[in-house]
Design a binder for this molecule. Structure first.
Ligand SMILES: Nc1ncnc2c1ncn2[C@@H]1O[C@H](COP(=O)(O)OP(=O)(O)O)[C@@H](O)[C@H]1O
Ligand SMILES: [Mg+2]
Length: 229
């Protein structure tokens, strides 16, 4: 066991949604810890609570009960400004539908997190290096619609890493790709987590995909359990 403090810690977290008169318990007492550099896969059926978990972890949604610590900071007490700042600096997001900006070139899409962060570093080199890293420097002037799904997800990976976040959250990152491209994306995410020392937390309902990573959890009916691998 590592003696390092966990980079992410959930303590008895509950999240409820209200749909009409019905109260949905999306997270039901989730407690878990991840260490820096972990590649975590969160498996579980649709509606089990994976996206809710990632949204709470990324500060996009706040829990109703329990505590969430990110790098030893308690998320619960942060205001919107602090949460936004935390997301911009510490977190990269990868989504099922890529979520690239259609009117921006590939280069501009990858550059965006740096512009938002007002990064003073040498940006263009950083962006070029990342595009190189994902094998798409030759497409830097293209627009997202001109790329295949696998290529768009590689751009999304570059965008998620460009500001060197501590954590990358990926919600069904291969859900819109065929299995060959899905595997390639996972291999790239795994390599990036090692090369950049990034903690990756990935949600998927695909068992084959979930076997990637060094820690495997299942979230079902809002409850998280360690999955035997
Ligand atoms: N914005 C919302 N409003 C109402 N119910 C929601 C909302 N988001 C999620 N839920 C419900 O919370 C539960 C968990 O959903 P979700 O976290 O999206 O699961 P998963 O990502 O594993 O498919 C589901 O029952 C879903 O219907
Ligand atoms: Mg989901």
């Amino acid at each position: 066991m590592s003696s390092e403090p966990p980079i992410i810690c959930f303590k008895d977290v509950y999240k409820y949604y209200h749909a009409g008169n019905e109260k949905v318990t999306a997270l039901s007492g989730v407690s878990l810890e991840f260490q820096q550099g972990d590649f975590v896969s969160i498996m579980g059926p649709s509606g089990g609570g994976k996206t809710t978990f990632l949204n709470c972890l990324g500060g996009l949604d706040l829990p109703d009960r329990g505590e969430i610590f990110l790098k030893n900071r308690l998320l619960n007490n942060m205001n919107d400004k602090e949460l936004t700042e935390l997301r911009r600096k510490e977190i990269g997001f990868i989504f099922q539908f890529f979520n690239l900006m259609p009117t921006l070139t590939i280069l501009e899409n990858v550059e965006l997190p740096l512009l938002i962060n007002h990064s003073a570093r040498n940006q263009s080199k950083q962006v070029q290096d990342l595009l190189d890293y994902v094998g798409l420097s030759h497409r830097s002037k293209s627009f997202p619609a001109e790329l295949s799904g696998g290529e768009m997800q590689r751009v999304a990976i570059a965008r998620a890493l460009v500001h060197r976040p501590a954590i990358v959250l990926a919600d069904e990152p291969t859900g819109n790709l065929d299995s060959d491209n899905g595997i390639k994306i996972l291999e790239l995410m795994k390599k990036a987590s090692v090369d950049f020392g990034t903690t990756v937390v990935m949600a998927t309902h695909n068992l084959q995909i979930a076997d990637y990573g060094n820690r495997h959890f299942e979230i079902r009916d809002g409850k998280a359990t360690l999955r035997q691998s």
